[in-house]
Design a binder for this molecule. Structure first.
Ligand code: TXA
Ligand code: MG
Length: 333
């Protein structure tokens, strides 16, 4: 493959997609890497470009919830309710798969993840294509996801055909994934659509990674087992500033630090100038939006350690905390 081309022209990108090209594009969560979900050879090239394990299924993106017949054999009641409530938006529902979707997309599973993105460029591209588009996050497998087109280029230059550039992604972390193949939905991945919001519709909703009896289901979402979101730098997590030892802070010139205080207060006796990169957040939305880019910036600066203050387990914080734990190498067995 030649060089990756940056193109603003969605019509050209859509034509290329219909002919089997790989095209990165912005969504409201993170950048995606689009390919025709019915074209197995294109899907195969996509897995190779990302270095993605073949057992990790891709999400199919559609322009509207009414287009589900392009990807699913039928809709379940729970999927219909969730899409009515939260689409377009940062939600993926897993439903029974339609046979025209390449088995490579779904890692041979009989279910498929469907998402209706809420982003002008993503929607325009999908409308122009008129085909189901499989799209994983647009990063090398295992690395932090990309929220800027420049980061997509950094990871995938020469490995994909086109990038349609957009602004920085607004949410910053990936969609909430909910298994809707049975009556009782199960949250497989936390995201911007919070567990609390889903519980308001399904008070009994389960969370796969907190319930051992659901470990079988987790196996059907294998993406959760592989290493994810990891920078080169070693990630050290802390709940509060008092957990960072004097020793940590003394050796900090090759380190990055990210603090998160809802009241905006900062420990004043720390010499922040010693760190190679310092970020303070006081709103969880801002922290989530910039999270992956801070990890990437740490690597660009060749810093060896990043100290990350954990987000609280509520709303978007639950999703951010999940990504923080994975960035530090914690993966469920
Ligand atoms: O926000 C997002 O979802 C972004 C943007 C580009 O839309 N996409 C994204 O894709 O994060 P990816 O491939 O990085 O993550 C897809 C997740 C994985 O955890 C995968 O295991 C799960 O969705 N998934 C996809 N299809 C599934 C299925 N049939 N059953 C269970 N889990 C599935
Ligand atoms: Mg991903």
């Amino acid at each position: 493959m030649g060089k990756t081309e940056i193109i603003d022209d969605c019509e050209r990108a859509a034509r290329a997609l219909r002919q089997g090209a790989i095209v990165a594009f912005p969504t409201e969560t993170v950048y995606g890497l689009a390919v025709d979900a019915t074209n197995s050879s294109a899907v195969k090239r996509l897995f190779a470009a990302k270095g993605r394990p073949a057992d990790n299924p891709l999400i199919v993106h559609l322009t509207s919830k009414d287009e589900w017949p392009l990807a699913a054999s039928h809709m379940t009641q729970s999927a219909t309710l969730l899409l009515e409530q939260f689409s377009p938006g940062p939600l993926t529902v897993v439903v029974p798969k339609r046979s025209e979707i390449s088995p490579l997309v779904t890692a041979e599973l009989d279910s498929v993840g469907i998402r209706i993105p809420d982003h002008a460029i993503a929607r325009r591209l999908l409308e122009l294509c008129q085909i189901p588009i499989a799209a994983p996050s647009a990063n090398r497998s295992g690395r932090p996801s990309c929220t800027t087109w420049q980061s997509v280029l950094e990871d995938l230059d020469g490995r994909i055909d086109y990038i349609v550039p957009g602004e920085v992604c607004d949410v910053g972390i990936e969609s909430t994934v909910v298994d809707c193949t049975t009556d009782l939905p199960v949250i497989l991945r936390f995201g911007k659509i919070s567990a609390e919001a889903i519980q308001r519709i399904f008070p009994q909703v389960a969370v796969a990674n907190q319930q051992t009896e659901l470990s079988e289901r987790l196996k059907t979402s294998p993406g959760t087992r592989h290493p994810h979101y990891q920078p080169q730098a070693r990630v050290v997590l802390f709940e509060s500033m008092s957990q960072l030892t004097e020793l940590d802070i003394a050796k900090s010139d090759k380190s990055a630090i990210v603090t998160f205080q809802l009241d905006g207060s900062r420990k004043t006796d720390v010499n922040w100038n010693r760190f190679g990169l310092v970020r303070h957040f006081s709103a969880v939305d801002d922290y989530a939006r910039e999270f992956y880019e801070v990890l990437r910036q740490t690597d660009r600066l060749e810093l060896k350690v990043i100290y990350l203050q954990l987000a609280d387990m509520q709303g978007l914080g639950t999703a951010l905390r999940d990504r923080q734990l994975r960035a530090a190498g914690y993966v469920e067995k």
